[in-house]
Ligand binder design. Structure first.
Ligand code: FMN
Length: 337
């Protein structure tokens, strides 16, 4: 088999993953549980990706009965397509307008934590294989860990251990409702990249505490759209020093590199984002030795990130059928042959 490491199965805490390729959370503005959204995700599952992490979803949405009922269509569709499915949980009004974490009253912090746990419970009942709180990319949860943004002087701010407390409480709460096949992931940016920001050493301490709370997989993501950098060295250090399964991201659409990262212990999983927009069948094409037929992402960010910034549904300059999958029923069989 070519790329035998990339396509080798693995089990984490009893959950089977058919390969190491993960579709990372990518906001779409398709509505998460709409027909448009479900068809978009199911097409990617049929394309051979082992795991889909559904885009950042604000926890307050999980209180709606209609939303709860429709989640099952999403999980069923993705499972039938052959992939595991997780959902990323975010905080209401994330990313905009940004709140200053220093000013959030303790009562509100407790209710934010309760919302994560409630969203976890709903996700478990809806058939997800697990959830991923979004602690990366400078958003609110990440700001709690930042010595620059978090200037609190209570149990949620101060030294590095107090700054990790918010995330630890969320993970602890989620673990209390999880069964042993429902995994808890956490997305984290390993270094703050600013003067006075947190370091890789802080991240290692954080990772060890997350692990003590029962975290199953750490998803290491340097930034929202890192272009074509390879962040393997950071992921490897976290994996080695925290000793936990790790997802890495960045340039992983290059199969030789992705396979090498798994083989040489940089990460247990590789996330491929934008190239799964430009070509949903990328994993199958790689596995079938047809990488030359992949419609590669041009890293232009025009219709994905650019549209997101303009608050309109995303698409892709290479593959304008992104977001129109629900109109295509039946046409995918050609790709699957
Ligand atoms: C349109 C778009 C939306 C994204 N939305 C999210 C998100 O909701 N949560 C998140 O953690 N990362 C988000 N990201 C970052 C991706 O998960 C991924 O880390 C990034 O695209 C780098 O991977 P790539 O180079 O393979 O595309 C988004 C990226 C794009 C392009």
């Amino acid at each position: 088999m070519i790329y035998e490491y990339l396509f080798s199965p693995i089990s984490v805490k009893g959950l089977y993953f058919k390969n190491r390729i993960v579709m990372p959370p990518m906001a779409t503005n398709f509505g998460i549980v709409t027909q448009q959204s479900i068809a978009y995700y199911v097409k990617r599952a049929l394309g051979g990706v082992g795991t889909i992490i559904v885009e950042g979803t604000p926890t307050h949405l999980f209180h709606s009965k209609k939303f709860q009922d429709r989640l099952k269509f999403l999980t069923d569709g993705i499972h039938k397509g052959g992939a595991n499915v997780f959902i990323q949980l975010t905080i209401k009004s994330n990313p905009q307008p940004r709140r200053d974490v220093t000013d959030i009253p303790i009562d509100e912090i407790k209710s934010l934590i309760d919302d994560f746990v409630y969203a976890g419970k709903v996700s478990l009942e809806a058939g997800f294989d697990g959830v991923e709180p979004h602690g990366a990319h400078g958003f609110i949860m990440n700001q709690f860990f930042s010595p620059i943004f978090n200037r609190r002087n209570d149990e949620y701010g101060g030294d590095v251990y107090k700054r990790m407390r918010f995330a630890l409480d969320v993970i602890k709460g989620l673990k209390s409702i999880a069964n042993n096949r429902f995994l808890i992931l956490y997305r984290h940016t390993p270094v703050e990249w600013r003067d006075g920001g947190y370091s890789l050493g802080d991240t290692i301490l954080f990772g060890r505490e997350l692990k003590k709370e029962g975290l199953d997989i750490l998803d290491i993501s340097p930034s929202t759209a890192p272009g074509s950098y390879d962040y393997g060295a950071l992921a490897k250090e976290v994996k080695r020093q925290v000793d936990i399964p790790v997802i890495m991201v960045g340039k992983m659409y290059v199969p030789d590199l992705a396979d090498d990262r798994i083989r040489n212990g940089y990460a247990d999983f590789v996330a491929i984002g934008r190239t799964l927009l430009s070509d949903p069948f990328l994993p199958k094409k790689i596995q079938d030795g047809k990488f030359n037929l992949v419609d590669s992402c041009r890293q232009c960010n025009i219709m994905c990130h650019g549209y997101l910034r303009r608050k309109i549904p995303i698409s892709c300059i290479v593959n304008p059928s992104v977001g129109k999958e629900f109109l295509e029923r039946g046409r995918w069989s050609r790709e699957l042959r």
